[in-house]
Design a protein around this ligand. Structure first.
Ligand SMILES: Cc1cc2nc3c(=O)[nH]c(=O)nc-3n(C[C@H](O)[C@H](O)[C@H](O)COP(=O)(O)O)c2cc1C
Length: 393
């Protein structure tokens, strides 16, 4: 049984799990559950990790481990590593200006950063703070076409060339902790208010003095007297377009001239539809186990999707990436790259930009070491040997 005794300094964390343990200590209960929790029984959340553990690595021996090469061309972009920071909302609940910290950490390492529609820093604020950012934007389809059009124009105006439409969260998954911790939208229960007071360090880094962060990206669409965290939560809930379908995606394809990805694909038939629609990529994702509980782990869906879509569009995967070996396994099974969710959020929670950077560096170093130990120092030469059932050699 492994025990983590992380001190308060994130630089002493040797793994993403240690960063997570530090983040858990730093955050009050409601914020920790928001960050780490999944839907219902958390079956899918657990599966995402278990599925990676079930994949065996079969190394070749006597292969010189010089010249390790982790570079990848993804969506016509040359990246030093096959990864990007994925979209997560309400990040300032973890650390003030967390979106900007994440953007800086990614940019310093030549990696893309994806801003969520429900981000706590706006598109404009991120680009003003990190002008050289490789910014991707995640879109939730909103009912009001004017709002959606304005979001697209703003994304274009700040130089976003990659848009991810998230399709698996038009209704919010059944997250019991969310309902338990709040009495009204963004209004903590008494017990959670008390717990917040027991976390002074987090209060200073996130809440003091402005209170619960607002959703900066969409604030301008709210009536002036409703530009609060609660007002934004209500607005987003009411604006989610539950009629989102393939026709809407086809219209978006015509409207958006740059790279367009669909995030939330698990079924190979949907991957084929995405190919036929002329999308540039898909993200094989179950929203980190936060939506429909019981769906398969993303890495278990990957081989069937790769069989129909590999080479026809870019295949990204997220869900449970906590080790360099997870990235290696995903790439060996056909992913062109991975998106990071909680891994970098744990880092930003305990160390802002440097903490997020530490998370990225841990994963990058683990990936390099794993490629060497596997006897496959070139990432692009990785392959899966399906005859031994998901063994990667
Ligand atoms: C706290 C949190 C907030 C998230 N917010 C969004 C969001 O706003 N938009 C979105 O498309 N996905 C969102 N996701 C899902 C992530 O983009 C990603 O699919 C998931 O985190 C990957 O799983 P992992 O965290 O286990 O790596 C969120 C995930 C978390 C943990």
């Amino acid at each position: 049984m492994r025990r983590y005794h992380p001190g308060p300094d994130f630089r002493h964390a040797h793994s993403i799990a240690e960063l997570a343990a530090m983040a858990q200590r730093r955050l009050p209960n409601f914020a920790w559950e928001y960050l780490a929790g999944g839907a219902e029984e958390e079956i899918t959340l657990t599966r995402n990790r278990q599925a990676f553990a079930n994949i065996r690595l079969l190394p070749r021996t006597l292969v010189p481990c010089t010249g390790v090469d982790t570079r990848r061309t993804l969506l016509n972009q040359d990246l030093p590593l096959p990864m990007a920071i994925g979209p997560t909302g309400y990040n300032a609940m973890l650390h003030r200006d967390a979106d900007i910290h994440l953007a800086r950490a990614a940019t310093a390492r030549g990696l893309p950063f994806t801003l969520s529609t429900v981000s706590t820093s706006s598109l404009e604020q991120v680009v003003a703070a990190v002008p050289e950012v490789n910014l991707w934007f995640q879109l939730y389809c909103l009912r009001d076409p004017k709002v959606q059009e304005d979001l697209l124009q703003r994304a274009s105006a700040v130089g976003c060339t990659t848009l991810l439409l998230t399709s698996d969260a038009v209704l919010l998954g059944n997250r019991e902790w969310d309902r338990r911790n709040f009495v009204r939208p963004r209004q903590l229960s008494l017990r959670n208010k008390f717990d917040v007071l027991c976390h002074p360090r987090w209060l200073r880094q996130a809440l003091w003095p402005q209170g619960m962060p607002g959703v900066a990206n969409v604030e301008r669409y709210l009536p002036k007297n409703q530009r609060t965290a609660a007002g934004a939560a209500h607005f987003i809930g009411a604006q989610m377009d539950t009629a989102l379908d393939w026709d809407a995606l086809a219209r978006l394809r015509e409207r958006w001239p740059h790279k367009l990805l669909l995030k939330g694909v698990l079924h190979p038939a949907d991957a084929e539809k995405a190919v036929n629609l002329g999308l540039d990529g898909i993200v094989i994702s179950n929203h980190g186990g936060r939506q429909l509980d019981g769906v398969p782990a993303t890495v278990d869906c990957l081989p069937a999707i790769a069989a129909v879509a590999k080479g026809k569009l870019s295949l990204l995967l997220d869900g449970g990436i906590r080790r360099g070996t997870d990235i290696l396994k995903a790439c060996a099974l056909g992913a062109d790259g991975v998106l990071l969710g909680r891994a970098t959020l744990y880092g930003v929670t305990v160390g802002g930009e440097a903490g997020a950077g530490h998370a990225l560096d841990l994963l990058a170093n683990e990936l390099r070491l794993a490629l060497s130990l596997l006897g496959q120092p070139q990432l692009d030469a990785l392959r899966a040997d399906f005859s031994t059932s998901l063994t990667v050699s």
